[in-house]
Design a protein around this ligand. Structure first.
Ligand SMILES: NC(=O)c1ccc[n+]([C@@H]2O[C@H](COP(=O)([O-])OP(=O)(O)OC[C@H]3O[C@@H](n4cnc5c(N)ncnc54)[C@H](OP(=O)(O)O)[C@@H]3O)[C@@H](O)[C@H]2O)c1
Length: 172
Protein backbone atom coordinates (compact mmCIF):
# COMPACT_ATOMS: atom_id res chain seq x y z
CA UNK A 1 0.00 0.00 0.00
CA UNK A 2 1.34 3.42 -0.95
CA UNK A 3 0.07 6.08 1.46
CA UNK A 4 0.04 9.67 0.27
CA UNK A 5 -0.48 12.51 2.71
CA UNK A 6 -1.84 15.66 1.04
CA UNK A 7 -2.02 18.93 3.02
CA UNK A 8 -2.44 22.64 2.47
CA UNK A 9 -0.31 24.48 5.03
CA UNK A 10 0.56 27.97 6.19
CA UNK A 11 4.27 28.72 5.91
CA UNK A 12 4.59 28.03 9.64
CA UNK A 13 3.12 24.55 9.39
CA UNK A 14 -0.52 25.00 10.35
CA UNK A 15 -3.34 23.25 8.50
CA UNK A 16 -6.14 25.21 10.19
CA UNK A 17 -6.63 28.28 12.31
CA UNK A 18 -7.25 27.76 16.02
CA UNK A 19 -11.02 27.65 15.40
CA UNK A 20 -10.60 24.89 12.79
CA UNK A 21 -10.94 27.16 9.75
CA UNK A 22 -9.00 25.89 6.73
CA UNK A 23 -10.90 27.83 4.09
CA UNK A 24 -7.81 29.95 3.39
CA UNK A 25 -6.12 27.37 1.13
CA UNK A 26 -6.01 28.00 -2.62
CA UNK A 27 -8.36 26.63 -5.29
CA UNK A 28 -5.39 24.64 -6.58
CA UNK A 29 -5.01 22.98 -3.17
CA UNK A 30 -8.69 22.04 -3.07
CA UNK A 31 -8.38 20.69 -6.61
CA UNK A 32 -5.46 18.56 -5.40
CA UNK A 33 -7.72 16.92 -2.79
CA UNK A 34 -10.38 16.14 -5.38
CA UNK A 35 -7.93 14.82 -7.95
CA UNK A 36 -5.82 12.86 -5.46
CA UNK A 37 -8.82 11.18 -3.83
CA UNK A 38 -10.29 10.36 -7.24
CA UNK A 39 -7.00 8.85 -8.42
CA UNK A 40 -6.63 6.76 -5.26
CA UNK A 41 -10.34 5.95 -5.08
CA UNK A 42 -10.38 6.73 -1.37
CA UNK A 43 -9.84 9.50 1.16
CA UNK A 44 -9.10 8.87 4.83
CA UNK A 45 -9.69 11.50 7.50
CA UNK A 46 -10.00 11.98 11.24
CA UNK A 47 -13.25 13.02 12.91
CA UNK A 48 -12.35 16.70 13.22
CA UNK A 49 -11.50 16.88 9.53
CA UNK A 50 -14.79 15.17 8.69
CA UNK A 51 -16.63 17.77 10.81
CA UNK A 52 -14.79 20.65 9.11
CA UNK A 53 -15.47 19.15 5.65
CA UNK A 54 -19.16 18.76 6.53
CA UNK A 55 -19.30 22.39 7.60
CA UNK A 56 -17.68 23.54 4.35
CA UNK A 57 -19.91 21.30 2.24
CA UNK A 58 -17.05 19.15 0.86
CA UNK A 59 -18.10 15.92 2.52
CA UNK A 60 -18.41 13.31 1.18
CA UNK A 61 -15.75 13.75 -1.51
CA UNK A 62 -17.07 12.43 -4.85
CA UNK A 63 -15.47 9.55 -6.77
CA UNK A 64 -13.87 8.09 -3.63
CA UNK A 65 -14.63 5.90 -0.67
CA UNK A 66 -14.61 8.34 2.27
CA UNK A 67 -13.22 6.80 5.44
CA UNK A 68 -13.77 8.63 8.73
CA UNK A 69 -11.72 7.40 11.67
CA UNK A 70 -13.48 7.97 14.97
CA UNK A 71 -14.48 6.22 18.15
CA UNK A 72 -17.78 8.04 18.05
CA UNK A 73 -20.93 6.41 16.69
CA UNK A 74 -21.81 8.58 13.68
CA UNK A 75 -24.80 7.62 11.58
CA UNK A 76 -23.79 6.75 8.03
CA UNK A 77 -26.51 8.40 5.98
CA UNK A 78 -24.51 8.22 2.74
CA UNK A 79 -24.34 4.42 2.42
CA UNK A 80 -21.48 1.92 2.71
CA UNK A 81 -20.38 2.40 -0.92
CA UNK A 82 -19.52 6.07 -0.33
CA UNK A 83 -18.67 6.37 3.35
CA UNK A 84 -17.13 4.12 5.96
CA UNK A 85 -17.06 5.24 9.58
CA UNK A 86 -14.63 3.18 11.61
CA UNK A 87 -12.63 3.02 14.82
CA UNK A 88 -9.94 0.86 13.21
CA UNK A 89 -6.26 1.66 13.75
CA UNK A 90 -4.28 3.21 10.86
CA UNK A 91 -2.69 -0.20 10.16
CA UNK A 92 -6.09 -1.85 10.00
CA UNK A 93 -7.48 0.90 7.75
CA UNK A 94 -4.57 0.33 5.35
CA UNK A 95 -5.17 -3.44 5.45
CA UNK A 96 -8.89 -2.97 4.84
CA UNK A 97 -8.25 -0.81 1.77
CA UNK A 98 -5.72 -3.35 0.49
CA UNK A 99 -8.30 -6.11 0.87
CA UNK A 100 -10.73 -3.99 -1.13
CA UNK A 101 -8.15 -3.81 -3.95
CA UNK A 102 -6.86 -0.25 -3.47
CA UNK A 103 -3.17 0.37 -4.14
CA UNK A 104 -3.00 3.90 -2.75
CA UNK A 105 -4.32 5.31 0.51
CA UNK A 106 -5.05 9.03 0.25
CA UNK A 107 -4.64 10.53 3.72
CA UNK A 108 -6.31 13.91 4.19
CA UNK A 109 -5.59 14.79 7.81
CA UNK A 110 -5.95 16.25 10.21
CA UNK A 111 -2.96 16.67 12.45
CA UNK A 112 -3.90 13.98 14.95
CA UNK A 113 -4.54 11.27 12.39
CA UNK A 114 -1.43 12.31 10.43
CA UNK A 115 0.69 11.73 13.53
CA UNK A 116 -0.85 8.30 14.12
CA UNK A 117 -0.10 7.24 10.55
CA UNK A 118 3.42 8.68 10.73
CA UNK A 119 4.24 6.99 14.03
CA UNK A 120 3.09 3.66 12.56
CA UNK A 121 5.45 4.25 9.57
CA UNK A 122 2.54 4.13 7.14
CA UNK A 123 3.18 7.34 5.15
CA UNK A 124 5.21 6.97 1.95
CA UNK A 125 4.73 10.31 0.19
CA UNK A 126 3.81 13.83 1.30
CA UNK A 127 2.44 16.68 -0.82
CA UNK A 128 2.45 20.09 0.84
CA UNK A 129 0.73 23.04 -0.79
CA UNK A 130 2.45 25.93 0.97
CA UNK A 131 0.05 28.85 1.11
CA UNK A 132 1.26 32.47 1.47
CA UNK A 133 -0.03 32.94 4.99
CA UNK A 134 1.21 33.03 8.56
CA UNK A 135 -0.99 32.88 11.62
CA UNK A 136 0.32 32.63 15.14
CA UNK A 137 -2.00 29.99 16.50
CA UNK A 138 -3.58 26.99 14.86
CA UNK A 139 -3.76 23.25 14.28
CA UNK A 140 -0.38 21.84 13.23
CA UNK A 141 0.12 19.42 10.36
CA UNK A 142 1.34 16.85 12.90
CA UNK A 143 -0.06 16.82 16.43
CA UNK A 144 2.66 17.02 19.09
CA UNK A 145 4.33 13.69 19.74
CA UNK A 146 7.80 12.15 19.95
CA UNK A 147 8.86 11.04 16.49
CA UNK A 148 11.28 12.03 13.79
CA UNK A 149 11.13 11.26 10.09
CA UNK A 150 13.56 12.03 7.27
CA UNK A 151 12.30 13.03 3.85
CA UNK A 152 13.63 13.22 0.32
CA UNK A 153 12.45 16.00 -1.95
CA UNK A 154 11.02 14.59 -5.19
CA UNK A 155 9.61 17.70 -6.87
CA UNK A 156 8.62 21.32 -6.40
CA UNK A 157 5.88 22.95 -8.43
CA UNK A 158 4.44 26.45 -8.47
CA UNK A 159 0.65 26.04 -8.40
CA UNK A 160 -0.21 29.74 -8.76
CA UNK A 161 1.71 33.03 -8.28
CA UNK A 162 1.77 32.55 -4.49
CA UNK A 163 1.49 28.83 -3.77
CA UNK A 164 4.27 26.26 -4.03
CA UNK A 165 3.78 22.51 -3.90
CA UNK A 166 6.46 20.38 -2.28
CA UNK A 167 6.44 16.66 -2.97
CA UNK A 168 8.47 14.44 -0.63
CA UNK A 169 9.20 10.77 -0.28
CA UNK A 170 9.46 9.44 3.26
CA UNK A 171 12.79 7.70 3.83
CA UNK A 172 12.44 4.22 5.25
N1 LIG B 1 -5.28 22.48 5.33
C1 LIG B 1 -5.55 21.21 5.06
O1 LIG B 1 -5.09 20.67 4.03
C2 LIG B 1 -6.36 20.42 6.01
C3 LIG B 1 -6.61 19.07 5.74
C4 LIG B 1 -7.33 18.33 6.64
C5 LIG B 1 -7.82 18.91 7.80
N2 LIG B 1 -7.58 20.21 8.03
C6 LIG B 1 -8.06 20.82 9.28
O2 LIG B 1 -7.54 20.11 10.36
C7 LIG B 1 -8.43 20.19 11.46
C8 LIG B 1 -8.60 18.84 12.13
O3 LIG B 1 -7.38 18.31 12.58
P1 LIG B 1 -7.22 17.66 14.03
O4 LIG B 1 -5.79 17.35 14.23
O5 LIG B 1 -7.92 18.55 14.99
O6 LIG B 1 -8.12 16.36 13.99
P2 LIG B 1 -8.25 15.05 13.06
O7 LIG B 1 -6.96 14.33 12.96
O8 LIG B 1 -8.98 15.40 11.82
O9 LIG B 1 -9.28 14.19 13.95
C9 LIG B 1 -8.89 13.71 15.20
C10 LIG B 1 -9.96 12.80 15.74
O10 LIG B 1 -10.06 11.63 14.93
C11 LIG B 1 -10.31 10.50 15.74
N3 LIG B 1 -9.32 9.42 15.68
C12 LIG B 1 -9.62 8.13 15.65
N4 LIG B 1 -8.56 7.37 15.60
C13 LIG B 1 -7.52 8.15 15.61
C14 LIG B 1 -6.16 7.92 15.57
N5 LIG B 1 -5.63 6.68 15.50
N6 LIG B 1 -5.35 8.97 15.60
C15 LIG B 1 -5.85 10.19 15.66
N7 LIG B 1 -7.17 10.47 15.69
C16 LIG B 1 -8.00 9.46 15.66
C17 LIG B 1 -10.39 11.01 17.17
O11 LIG B 1 -11.78 11.27 17.33
P3 LIG B 1 -12.66 10.41 18.35
O12 LIG B 1 -12.39 11.02 19.67
O13 LIG B 1 -14.04 10.57 17.86
O14 LIG B 1 -12.17 9.01 18.27
C18 LIG B 1 -9.64 12.31 17.14
O15 LIG B 1 -10.10 13.20 18.11
C19 LIG B 1 -9.74 20.73 10.90
O16 LIG B 1 -9.92 22.04 11.37
C20 LIG B 1 -9.56 20.73 9.40
O17 LIG B 1 -10.17 21.84 8.80
C21 LIG B 1 -6.88 20.97 7.16
Amino acid sequence: MNTILYMGISINGYIAKADGDSEWTSDEDLKGFYEGSKRAGNIVMGKNTYLAAMKSGYFPFPDALNIVVTHEQIENRWGDERVLITDRSPNDVARLLEEKGFQTLFLAGGGQLNTSFMKDHLINEIYLDVEPLIFGRGIPIFADSDFETELELIETKQLNPNTVQLHYRVKT
